[in-house]
Design a protein around this ligand. Sequence first.
Ligand code: AMP
Ligand code: MG
Length: 340
Amino acid sequence: MERAFDTVILDNSEESVKRAAELLKRGEVVGMPTETVYGLAANALDPAAVEKIFIAKGRPQDNPLIVHVAGFDMIAPLVTEIPALARRCAEVFWPGPLTMIMPKSELIPKTTSGGLDTVGIRMPSNKTARRLIRECGFPIAAPSANLSGSPSPTKASHVFNDMDGRIPCIIDDGSCAVGVESTVIAFEGDKIRLLRPGFISREEMSEIAEVIVDKGVTEAVASDAAVASPGMKYKHYSPKADVTIVRGDDESFEVFAMEMAGQGVWFMTFGKEDTEAKGANVIPYGETDEEQAARLFDVLRELDEVGAERVYARCPRETGVGLAVYNRLLRAAGFKVIEL
Ligand code: AMP
Ligand code: MG
């Protein structure tokens, strides 16, 4: 893509929000912080503006965008029906990292919904994001602000690296607190279908309704398959290195790492192992699920910077926020898992 802008990083101020809102009102695309990852924002109701998001990211046209609102009051015009269970989930989890799929109204262009008759809506907890939406007065479509296929951005500098020249500005609100994209759910009668795990966990939602975990959360989906959530089909979050997940305890991982260590080989550890002391290349990505979620994408980008060729990552837990980490890492690894 040809350089269209000298991209600037703006501080997180009232003035920056006004400047970004002016650009959005003119149909431009800007980098916006949220609590999950940085988003590439545009007017969700303007197909020409939304089209620019797909171009800037190189995103497949059938991959729908999440629509961000600043309050529950903004939803009614965007959907034909608000299921009772959606109201309940909004009461408990909004503002926050939960996206709910609902039948869309005429107001949402097909460009935004990736051709679907439904729309994914969320109310972010990040205050700057909500201020920006209120200042614009319209809902904002915002996928993660990375080039399609790269790890999602959790810092303004990540957005800059991918989007320099493609968008006019990015508002910098530091590192994203959550670090993985929102939980995505759909409603099936009185049940919740989990399409993409995130910080709002399956266990938390189970307090409200029965949760069905879609197969696509932990299994590879064929690129021509009909799926409930198009994003499942695409390779995601990949650094240049060849990533493999390694499932095993501390001790067996130590032994494995000693065997595999070598030039260009890196180990994504939890942090407490002493693999490094024995001369292997190690990047720790955290001991708790929450730390791992917050660090994962930054670590995947760091691995590119250090020129890693092969990466062995310790397997996260599959419960709580760990399921979100596992889901992203599986995609980064092209579903390659070694059992020790
Ligand atoms: P991203 O914008 O990169 O966080 O990706 C958003 C993801 O949310 C998409 O890849 C879809 O998997 C999912 N999604 C968004 N809208 C819908 C929808 N209407 N139906 C099903 N899944 C959706
Ligand atoms: Mg994305």
